[in-house]
Design a protein around this ligand. Sequence first.
Ligand code: PBG
Length: 393
Amino acid sequence: MKFFTALTLSSIFAGASAFSAVAPNVGNTEPVNKSLKGIDSNEDVFDPTGGDNSALIRNNNDEVWVPQRARPRRNRKNATMRGMVRENIVTPSNFIYPLFIHEEDYNTAIPSMPGCERHSLENMLKEVGEAYNVGVKTFVLFPKVPDELKTNLGQEAYNPEGIVPRALRLIKAAYPDSIVCTDVALDPYSDQGHDGVVENGKILNDVTINQLCKQAVCQAKSGSDVVAPSDMMDGRVGAIRDALDSEGFTDVSILSYTAKYASAYYGPFRDALDSHPGFGDKKTYQQDPANGREALIEAALDAAEGADMLMVKPGMPYLDIIRRLKDATPLPVAAYHVSGEYAMIKAACEKGWLNEKDVVMETLTCFKRAGADIILTYYAKQAAQWIEQDGLY
Ligand code: PBG
């Protein structure tokens, strides 16, 4: 019995070398004479402990001494101490795992996102199960919609038999306590490749919101726990809140893409969904990467309109925006570690230029340090598996 307890304990602390008898490699083991006297053959070598204004002095043992009281390195002296004082820890419950889905009955690789696939609904459920087993219980769905279903008004976005409602019902039936988030925007359903309805090169704000309200209610009816408007129209959070509430969905949360930038980092995502803009760009609705204060305007509006959580997107290049939102609002803040960021890490790791596990866990921790409570990342399942193997980082 005791034996089994020990086994279980050591597997909980998996990776902790404290239990191992193997001596760690500590480099040089020869004692260093800390007086540092007589070590230089050349007499002319500068002596930092000499002269009237010496940089260093000597302690009671004649060892060289920087008379420094505050030594921050004391709090870093070993893994246990670092663990005790660590400010930010990433856990699988912080993650939202984005999943691409399509109508086919097989998976398709996404060349610009190695390791990510467009899932058949059956494989999506398998992927959800694998992530769920390592503690990732929140998902967001992104559909690739066949071209023949795309229109300028994006009517397929609120087809109750569309792919997202069907996927939602499948996941919620199999994993009732999972959280499934759904993206609210027209781009996967738009024959114009834009997040809103188009007229003469313009994206129509209010007409788009009318459609988004139908989309959000349709998703709520199919079991969505959290609707996530990513369209960046003005006033959409308030309208969606009212639409949900008036239909009885007061419990459905809104995770607003508050500060979503017109970013070049979305390229691989648009490959995955085949949703590149049909003309122009998204700069009349998504934010200018040069601007920070604008994010505060969006945050104040979203909070006033009833958003439950605010998102910054992309993540890594916008850590300053995450921090500014965190300081400006008591609402939880999410960071979207987007497709282009994922692709950059994957590409460098494939070349052997970066260590994938180390760089990913550092990146995710940095999101938390910047102020993110929630992290949307294509690495969610993988990172949770690493955490399970190695213990918390
Ligand atoms: C579109 C949407 C985009 C992403 C999430 N929702 C792309 C875009 O605005 O063109 C990008 C996510 C990523 O790059 O990982 N509503």
